[in-house]
Design a protein around this ligand. Structure first.
Ligand code: GLA
Length: 401
């Protein structure tokens, strides 16, 4: 008994001194909106309030989008005591008032900082101010922190992220901690103990299959990012997600490309952080972002990331095990012309080495549901044949009968 009590107290002392991340947050991939992809530094409190209003009025909140995340450039300067303040013109009412507003809509507010001395946009970073900043965020009512990796010369990545993790924990307000380290120092290894999601790549670029070269760094189109994820699936799960970056849906790609991008992110169990101007989005964009059956694949409670099952020229099939024995399947056509795809289920065994899930089509039959056309598509007793338009997907749910 004495030993048990001692262990208990030692644990309390240990976690208070050394900190930990907030557990039981982000048990499914976080969903929300972020200012960067569409607005970059052109942000202010009016925009954030209007976005919060629109998340509710558009049905996005009902679909599960909860976090309203302010990215880089909200900052003013530090005062003589080192406390950070928001830009006094763009965020004139202050962050506490903004958080109160966002909370009044039943949503949560996220903010951005950087482990370095300056953010990527040249604003004050948190280096040396981690505990003070974490305390400030807690006082404002912040629920989510994206923590970037610019201007970090001489810093150890794992150490820097652990410092902020512990600072957030010490501040006492549960915060989803998003590690934006771009995958340089294998954050999938130390990320699960440190945060709730970690970027696996450099920045996304709103193009299906291009690379944008900025000289010293590159940003990546959708298919490039997809190809960087496959080997990382075993590191992700409830409370700790691979983050292939925020969505570009509604930011200029064709509708079929947006649909493919969104489907892939759902298959990847990726955080779904919309990055478009949702105040002016088209009906088609809204339908993509709020397709509940596709979102259910992303938000599945098992939290297992998809894997590539077949590849034939430009056509790939990806599978994702789901709760209750269901599976999601996404057939992706990367090419520029429509492609036929056919699968004779009884000749296939879909087997996931990492999770141990596998199909046995001779014994278990599944009903096929087409998640974009919202039509029934037969069962696994018969073979399934389809045509996938260029840069598009066909996405199915295999529902165990
Ligand atoms: C980095 C991040 C982006 C964005 C910008 C802001 O590039 O990866 O997602 O936050 O900084 O400056």
């Amino acid at each position: 008994m004495k030993i048990k009590l001692l262990t208990f107290f030692a644990l309390i002392v240990f976690t208070n001194i050394y900190g930990q991340k907030y557990e039981k947050l982000a048990l499914t991939p976080p969903m929300g909106w972020n200012s960067w992809n569409r607005f970059a530094c052109d942000i202010n409190e009016k925009l954030i309030r209007e976005i919060a209003d629109t998340i509710v009025s558009s049905g996005m909140k009902n679909a599960g989008y909860i976090y309203v995340n302010i990215d880089d450039c909200w900052h003013g300067s530090r005062d003589s005591l080192g406390f950070i303040h928001p830009d006094s013109v763009r965020f004139a009412s202050g962050m506490k008032a903004l958080a109160d507003y966002v909370h009044s809509k039943g949503l949560k507010l996220g903010i951005y900082s950087c482990a370095g001395s300056k953010t990527c946009g040249g604003r004050p970073g948190s280096r040396g101010y981690e505990y003070q900043d974490a305390l400030t965020y807690a006082q404002w009512g912040i629920d989510y922190l994206k923590y970037d990796w610019c201007n970090t010369e001489g810093l150890n990545a794992e150490g820097a992220y652990i410092t902020m993790r512990d600072a957030l924990y010490a501040a006492g307000r549960p915060v989803v901690f998003s590690l934006c380290e771009w995958g340089n120092n294998k954050p999938w290894i130390w990320g699960p103990a440190t945060g709730h999601l970690w970027r696996t790549t450099g920045d996304i670029y709103n193009c299906f299959d291009c690379i944008k070269d900025h000289g010293t760094w590159k940003s990546w189109g959708v298919t490039y990012i997809l190809d960087m994820q496959d080997s990382l699936r075993k590191y992700a799960g409830p409370g700790h997600w691979n983050d292939p970056d925020m969505l570009e849906v509604g930011n200029g790609m064709a509708i079929n490309e947006d649909r493919a991008h969104f489907s892939i992110w759902c298959m990847l169990a990726a955080p779904l952080i919309a990055g478009n101007d949702i105040r002016n989005m088209s009906k088609e964009t809204k339908e993509i972002l709020t397709n509940k059956e596709v979102l259910a694949v992303n938000q599945d409670s098992l939290g297992i990331q998809c894997f590539r099952y077949s590849k034939n020229n430009n056509v790939e099939s990806w599978f994702k095990p789901l709760a209750n024995g269901d599976w999601a399947m996404c057939i992706l056509n990367r090419g520029n012309t429509p492609q036929k795809f056919s699968i004779n289920w009884k000749n296939e065994k879909i087997s996931d080495k990492d999770s141990g899930k596998e199909t046995n089509f001779a014994k278990i039959t599944y009903r096929l549901r087409n998640l974009w056309t919202k039509e029934e598509a037969g069962t696994t007793i018969n073979s399934f044949t389809t045509e996938i338009p260029a840069h598009d997907v066909v996405m199915l749910r295999l529902i165990k009968l």
